[in-house]
Structure formats: C-alpha cells, structure tokens
Design a protein around this ligand. Structure first.
Ligand code: AMP
Length: 444
C-alpha cells in the first residue's frame, strides 16, 4: 500500500518521501482514510507504531490543504493534548517534518519553562497547539488562549493522561472546546473502562481501530530476568553495563533513585545521565540529544519521563526496578525491538518484586527466562511460573564476579542508603550455606 492511495495531498506525500517513509504503517493505513473523511476515531496503538503520523498527516491535510484558513490570534484550529513535555516536543518535531511543504504554524505548551514565550506564540496565531493539560489550564486561566474555534482535538496517549491524574484537567479543557462541529481522535495504548467512558461522553460515534493487541510487545524482544538481592542491584547493573557497551535505557522507579543511579554510573566512568520530571526542560532535552547522538551511553529514566522518547533501534532496556504497574513494563520495553530490530529487555528482580514479575508475565502471557548472573545470585531464589524455585546449580560455582571500581570511581554503593558494598566473599558464603546456587549464565 502507498501513502498516495490513502488520499493524502502531494505536499504531504513529498515530505513523507523526504522522511524516507515508503509505505504506511498499519495504524496509519487504518486511521488516515476515516480521519480525512472527518470521522471521530478511537484508536488503539502504542508508541513506536507510527501513531503520530497517523493523526498528524490528516490534521495537516485538513488545516492546510482542504480547509486552509489562517488561525486568528490565540485561537488555534487544532489542539493536541499529550501527557508529557517530551511527547509534546516530539509531536511538534514530527508535525514540522510532515508539514514541511505546507507552512505549518504550530507551537507547544508545557510546564517547566517560561509562560511568556508561549503567550507570545499564541498571540501571533497558530493553527496547531500541542499541549500538556496542566500548562494549558494555566493559559486558559489567564486567557492567553481561546479554544472555542478548535476544529480537531487529538487526545494522544489518553490512557497515560488518565494514569497521571489528568482527568479533571481534561474535563475542564473539554468544557472550553466547541461541542458541535468538532472532530476528536483519541489514541491510547489500552482501552480501559475510563477511556471508553471518556470517549462515550465526548465523541460522536467514533470509529474504533485496534492495531496491536492491547499490551502486546514486539516479538523481536528477548525478555530476561536476572534475580538479585535488592542491595546488590546497583553492582549488577554496573557489571552488565561494563560488560556490554551497547546503548541502554535504564529504568528506575523514582526520580531520586534515577538520579542516584545516573550519578553512580557516571562516577564509575560510564557516560550516563538521568531524565525525569524534576529536571528542567533544558536538562531533559540535552540528555535526550546526548543519548541519541551517542555522547552518553546510558540514559536513566523514570516511567513518566520516558513516555514518548522516540529513540530508534535501541538495543537494550534494563529495568533496575520493576514497574509498580505491569502495563508500564510494556511501555518501557516498547523502546527496544522497534520496526523488526532485535531488542533485549533485562529486569533485575529481587525477592520482594516476585509479585510484580508475576503480574508482568500474566499480562504478556509468556514466560520470561530467569538467568542468574554468576556472582550475583540472590540469597533467596525467585519463584518461577509454576511456583518452583529456579533449578539449583549442580556444578561448583564459578568465582563470583565482583565489580572493580575504575580509577577515580566511587566505591560501589547499594540500594539501601548507608550500606557499603557486600564483599564478594559474603556472596559465596551465602551460596555455600544454601548448599549450591542457581544455574548461572553470563550476562548478555
Ligand atoms: P511513533 O509511534 O509515532 O512514535 O513513531 C515511531 C517511529 O516510526 C518514529 O521514528 C517515526 O519517525 C517512524 N515512522 C512513522 N511512520 C513511519 C513509516 N510509515 N515508515 C517508516 N517509519 C515511520
């Protein structure tokens, strides 16, 4: 199938050609024709499926080709709501790329940066406004934007906006949009009941499109769990990163934890940075750019900050901690194994996280290989799916691999504040006491 057969205008086809896109992805093929016809859409698609172009292309066609009319100051003709700043910036960049030959006037509005440049951009007039809900409410409050002329509303990653507690903000924003003659396109990785409720309240007979099965991950991703004691996770992470220099996105559960991890890795001589909600927009943009250009090799992120990071062909994701919600595992892993490339998803799992691991397995409906790493076996092995413990190792244990700090590196620290590194000896003592250990594999 070609983009031309979807009914897109030549100016957009040219831009797509320049982007090197030869054919539409499934979500684009399914969403673009009904979107061009002006239907409401309820589209189930995850990040990495090409969903941004699926709404950006029909949006550009409607605003700049089919019903071209410059927007009045402060009165955007289209509103794209998205949960994070990174996603907003990413959508803006894509809109600019795809709309290269139609003179797009678009702007982004998100928190963490000054209001005034946003106010100025709105006053100059934009057709497309890409915003996170919180900051948009601020602009509505100070009347720097008037949403009464919005023709198209896009709700991107609607499930995540609800997870992040944006429902009241969304409802307030929706109250400022015209009720009649508005087209709504809602994109969501999952269709939880709340999403359906939102859709039924604010949409007109939407066409439902479901591309990937909900909560499915690419078949090209290998999942692997390294069981480890919580206190030794950092050492194991360092060991894995030192053993394989491929670009890696590391997930931590908290902002503070992500910061500590990035600092620890940096001190150990690995080029690492953290990206999370407490970082300024400049810091986040720089960290992402450095990671994309290869200036840094390891990016430590929290779930929310990682939403919408568009990093092509990322070979490896490491979960230093399992996410509290199993669906977030799918989002994390969505960064690797894209577009048919091979990907590796490693999770460092301690005994306390067994329940979270079980939830993830249930969601994925697949088993995950449990591969203890020599020298890092936990005192208490993880339960496998059938409730049995991982098979104990019969052969004598290899010499445990202990992280050797590099020159100028800080001594390794552990998950629990104040504790110092467990010496290699204590790990082997533990194994002897258990009369063996788990089957060990070398880290990938
Ligand atoms: P998204 O799901 O919108 O975040 O897109 C994921 C990645 O796929 C981005 O890097 C896009 O530039 C890329 N992409 C989107 N559509 C196509 C296409 N039709 N052909 C090739 N790459 C695409």
């Amino acid at each position: 199938m070609s983009f031309a057969s979807l009914g897109l205008a030549p100016a957009l086809l040219r831009a797509l050609d320049e982007q090197g896109y030869s054919s539409p992805t499934p979500i684009q093929a399914a969403a673009i024709p009904p979107a061009l016809e002006g239907h409401d859409l309820l589209a189930g698609a995850q990040t990495g499926t090409g969903k941004t172009a699926a709404f950006a292309l029909p949006l550009l066609q409607r605003l700049y080709v089919d019903h071209a009319a410059p927007a009045a100051p402060k009165r955007p003709r289209a509103l794209v709501l998205t949960p994070t700043r990174e996603l907003a910036a990413q959508i803006h960049a894509n809109v600019r790329d795809y709309g290269k030959h139609v003179r797009v006037r678009a702007t982004t509005i998100f928190g963490g940066v000054g209001m005034q440049p946003q106010v100025d951009a709105l006053r100059r007039g934009v057709e497309i406004l890409i915003a996170t809900p919180g900051r948009l409410i601020d602009h509505i409050g100070q009347r720097s934007v008037d949403l009464s002329h919005v023709e198209v509303l896009v709700l991107d990653e609607a499930d995540r906006m609800l997870d992040m507690g944006f429902l009241p903000a969304l409802k307030r924003i929706l109250g400022h949009l015209p009720r009649q003659n508005r087209i709504t396109w809602l994109f969501s990785a999952t269709f939880a009941t709340e999403i359906k409720a939102l859709a039924s309240q604010f949409m007109r007979e939407p066409i439902e499109i479901q591309i990937a099965k909900p909560n499915s991950v690419a078949a090209t991703v290998t999942h692997r769990v390294h069981p480890v004691d919580g206190a030794r996770k950092r050492d194991l992470l360092l060991h894995l990163l030192e053993g394989d220099a491929s670009q890696t996105l590391v997930f931590g559960r908290t902002k503070h934890g992500a910061d500590k991890l990035a600092k620890m890795l940096d001190k150990a001589g690995l080029r690492a940075a953290a990206i999370h909600g407490n970082k300024s927009q400049n810091q986040r943009t720089r960290a992402l750019a450095d990671f994309k250009s290869g200036k840094i090799n390891v990016l430590v992120a929290t779930d929310i900050a990682a939403r919408g990071l568009d990093i092509d062909q990322l070979p490896r994701v490491i979960n230093h901690d399992l996410p509290m919600v199993a669906e977030d595992y799918v989002h994390r892993i969505g960064r690797t194994g894209r577009a048919g490339a091979q990907g590796l998803a490693i999770s460092l799992v301690c005994h306390e996280e067994e329940g979270l691991l079980r939830d993830i397995r249930r969601l994925l409906k697949q088993d995950i290989e449990i591969a203890p790493v020599a020298g890092f076996e936990p005192a208490q092995p993880l339960r496998t799916d059938d409730g049995a413990r991982a098979r104990p190792q019969q052969k004598p244990q290899q010499k445990p691999q202990q992280h050797k700090p590099r020159q100028n590196a800080a001594p390794p620290r552990h998950g629990h504040a104040g504790k110092t590194a467990a010496p290699a000896k204590s790990a082997s003592r533990k194994r002897r006491r258990r009369g063996g250990g788990q089957r060990s594999t070398q880290p990938a």
